[in-house]
Design a binder for this molecule. Structure first.
Ligand SMILES: [Fe+2]
Length: 200
C-alpha cells in the first residue's frame, strides 16, 4: 500500500474522526497513537535519511527490510501504523461473502479465522503485531512480527495489521489487553481488507 512512498515522508491523516472509534478506542488513545507515536516515526525516519541520498531513493517498503536497525524500525513504524489505522473503521461491516469464502478456504470457517486472529494477538509477548496476509497462492495467513518489524512484503499482501504494543490500549484499559483485543474486533475494516486483496 506504500510502494510509491519516498523520502521526505509526510504523516497521513487518520481516515476518520479522532472520536469515531470511541468507545472501542478512545480519542485520547488515538491522539497519542497517531499524533505522537506514528508521527514520531515519520519525523525520525526523515531525520535519519536527511543526509543519506541513496536511501532517499529507496521506497518505504524497501526500507522496512534494511539491515540498518534504526532505518528499518522507523520505516516499519510508518508502514505498520498506516495499515493499522486503515485496518480500523467506525463503520463496521461483516466480511463480505467473497471475504468469508476466502476465510473458509484458508481456515475452515470465518469463525475459525477470527478466533485464531484473536488468540494470536493475545499470545504475543511484549511489543508486536498480528497480521492477516494473503500469500502468493491467494490464501490468507495469520502472521506476527516483533517490535516494528513488517511482514515479508515480497511474500505477502498485507490486508490487516493490529498493533499489540501497550500504547495501543494502556490509556484506555491499562493491563486489560483482552478488552482491547475484543474492542478491535468490533472495528476491523473488512471492506478495506477485501479491497487490498491482490485480485482487487
Ligand atoms: Fe503503535
Amino acid at each position: 500500500m506504500n510502494s510509491d512512498k519516498y523520502y521526505p515522508y509526510k504523516a497521513a491523516p487518520l481516515g476518520y474522526d479522532i472520536k469515531a472509534l470511541s468507545p472501542h478506542i478512545s480519542e485520547y488513545t488515538l491522539y497519542f497513537h497517531h499524533d505522537k507515536h506514528y508521527c514520531g516515526y515519520v519525523e525520525k525516519l526523515n531525520a535519519l535519511l536527511k543526509d543519506l541520498p541513496v536511501m532517499q531513493n529507496v521506497p518505504l517498503e524497501g526500507l522496512t527490510k534494511m539491515n540498518d536497525a534504526d532505518i528499518r524500525t522507523n520505516a516499519g513504524g510508518i508502514f505498520n501504523h498506516e495499515l493499522y489505522f486503515a485496518s480500523l473503521t467506525p463503520e463496521y461491516r461483516e466480511p463480505s461473502a467473497r471475504m468469508k469464502r476466502k476465510m473458509q478456504e484458508s481456515f475452515g470457517s470465518p469463525e475459525n479465522m477470527i478466533k485464531l486472529l484473536y488468540d494470536t494477538a493475545m499470545d504475543i509477548v511484549g511489543s508486536g503485531w498480528v497480521w492477516i496476509g494473503e500469500d502468493q497462492g491467494g490464501r490468507l495467513e495469520i502472521l506476527t512480527t516483533k517490535d516494528q518489524e513488517t511482514i515479508d512484503l515480497d511474500k505477502y499482501v498485507p490486508l490487516i495489521a493490529i498493533d499489540m504494543w501497550e500504547h495501543s490500549y494502556y490509556l484506555d484499559r491499562q493491563n486489560r489487553r483482552s478488552e482491547y483485543a475484543d474492542a478491535v474486533m468490533n472495528v476491523i475494516n473488512w471492506v478495506g481488507a477485501e479491497n487490498r486483496l491482490s485480485d482487487g
